[in-house]
Design a protein around this ligand. Structure first.
Ligand code: GLP
Length: 377
């Protein structure tokens, strides 16, 4: 899991927009081989969309060969209703960029046969070769798309009843009247999202802090469906400081640390892989040129669980770049999360502990070993 913590919403949104632009550009999409982008609605992606529009107008990105699939849509509100997700997407993104309407896919909540609509949506995603990058938000109750608490983590596109939390949260778009919020929606499933080659989730503001805590610090749980992201090979959460309110300080420090160290080691963007690059990109060489010098590459393990990895899958090559002095890690160990000192004694001592144990009369290595066997007895 890459977990990017930015100081505020502006920085988080700008990071996400730049990331998406970089992915589209690296892919070099063509009409025959478009970049397939999954998209959410809600307030979380609004600034990302605004920045994408600005940067499209500045000539930095083109949507000509981008195909989109939206996450969800309410059932039984007209498409031209101002709060339908169709209206939302055209108002905030599609009308302002050069995307072709035939490349836009949004579930039809008024389809005569809703089940057939969902099956056709999945088939269409498969037919274009799967989703390259799914951008997402998260609900206050930890839902992704409209996969409400208790949704199957194996779910695909389907009809879903909305949870009370979601109806309350979304009533702000319906004149603060929960009674006007549709009770049912069509949504991609958790597995539809996990089938994307990459998932990027925006988590902004204190209202999302509990959901974020459940997804980052706890296990995979169908009550917090965003937590299923832990099973994805390339997940990234981008949040602002307010969203970290419920996380342990040491968790925040840990993720900031590993990003900082990776950047200093030259691994700022480590995911450009052949499975996510487009047809015009030549096979990656065995060595890469960095600052004029050839460096060896590391080939990462391949993802095996995505249903949509249809393109030839060669290794992902991570360039080893020239190194700048590495910052120190914060002196924090996972064992500090476990209150039981007997358990932490089984772990490799930190350098400080080690020297105390070796030199100290009462804590020789033998005594340490005795302590370990006493604990394990
Ligand atoms: C709705 C959408 C989700 C979105 C969530 C959060 O439930 N179906 O895709 O993530 O709202 O919305 P917001 O970003 O406005 O908090």
């Amino acid at each position: 899991m890459r977990f990017i913590i930015k100081d505020n919403q502006d920085e988080a949104s700008s990071y996400a927009a730049s990331y998406i632009i970089k992915r589209i550009t690296q892919f070099s999409p063509t009409q025959q081989h478009p970049f397939v982008l999954g998209l959410p609605t809600g307030s979380s992606p609004l600034d990302v969309y605004r920045i994408l529009v600005e940067r499209y107008k500045a000539g930095e990105v083109s949507f000509e060969n981008v195909v989109t699939f939206n996450m969800d849509e309410y059932i039984n509100i007209p498409q031209d209703h101002e709060d339908s997700y169709h209206s939302f997407m055209w108002k905030n993104l599609f009308s302002h960029v050069n995307i072709s309407p035939r490349n836009v896919n949004i579930l039809d909540g008024n389809a005569p046969d809703l089940e057939a609509e969902c099956i056709a949506y999945e088939a269409k995603i498969k037919a274009v070769g799967g989703i390259d990058l799914f951008l997402a938000g998260v609900g206050e109750d930890g839902h992704i798309a409209f996969n409400e608490p208790g949704s199957s983590l194996a779910s695909r596109t389907r009809v879903k009843t909305l949870a009370y939390d979601t109806i309350l949260a979304n009533s702000r778009f319906f004149g603060d009247n929960p009674g006007l919020v549709p009770k049912m929606a069509l949504t991609v499933g958790v597995q539809t999202v996990l089938g994307a080659r990459e998932v990027v989730v925006m988590v902004l503001g204190a209202r999302k802090a509990l959901a974020l805590q459940r997804c980052i610090e706890q296990g995979v749980n169908h009550l917090w469906t965003l937590s299923a992201l832990q099973l994805h090979p390339h997940p990234m959460i981008i949040c602002d400081e307010d969203a970290t309110l419920e996380l342990k300080v040491k968790t925040v420090k840990y993720f900031k640390d590993i990003e900082r160290v990776a950047r200093a080691e030259g691994f700022d963007q480590i995911l450009p892989s052949k499975i996510r690059t487009g047809p015009s990109v030549k096979p990656a060489p065995a060595t890469v040129v960095v600052n004029g010098a050839h460096s060896p590459t590391i080939t990462s393990p391949q993802s095996t669980h995505s249903h949509h990895l249809l393109r030839p899958s060669a290794g992902i090559e991570y360039p080893i770049r020239s190194r700048s002095p590495s910052p120190d890690f914060t002196n924090d160990r996972m064992s500090s999360r476990i209150g039981d000192p007997a358990l932490t004694r089984r772990l490799t001592p930190t350098p400080g502990q080690q020297s105390r144990q070796i030199s100290g009369p009462s804590m020789s290595l033998r005594a340490l070993a005795a302590g370990v066997s006493a604990v394990s007895a």
